[in-house]
Design a protein around this ligand. Sequence first.
Ligand code: GDP
Ligand code: MG
Length: 175
Amino acid sequence: MARTGSKNIQAKLVLLGDMGAGKTSLVLRFVKGQFYEYQESTIGAAFFTQVLSLNEATIKFDIWDTAGQERYHSLAPMYYRGAAAAVVVYDISSMDSFQRAKKWVRELQRQGNPNLIMLLVANKADLETKRQVQKEEGEQYAKDNRLLFFETSAKTAQNVNELFYEIGNISRLKK
Ligand code: GDP
Ligand code: MG
């Protein structure tokens, strides 16, 4: 239970990005602390919750993990509408996934919610030998579009908690 005087915050998050970029794996790393080499593809979208306690606040995340396939594209607005934060994920070993991430960013910019926290996440940082997208390239794009940028690995857990804690902190400060 939250103590008196502490804030209880609910924050809806949505993960968007190419199929295979690692959206589900990032969520499972955060929520369960686990990683699966043979993660099954998400159909439609999956829903997770996680509670974080930080700095006198309790933040309940409602996380919508979308499928990423083109055929589910028309459903996406249902998930990002009303969201506190949108996490756009690409895979550093796939230039295609980076291009697809940019399309998501443009769509989010067009949907016109100025309060939406937008993050760009370069996942699979452990696949350095297969890297197709340089860190600087992702960072520069994020900077130009005023997105927060994280390079993560759901596999090694690199930067995954940091990513969700940052979203939690920003949500807390905005309330
Ligand atoms: P989604 O379609 O975006 O939800 O992607 P998934 O989470 O299903 O991951 C697709 C594949 O990439 C799965 O085989 C995962 O095990 C793998 N994967 C996800 N994240 C990472 C990562 O950080 N590093 C590596 N090496 N593989 C990952
Ligand atoms: Mg998935």
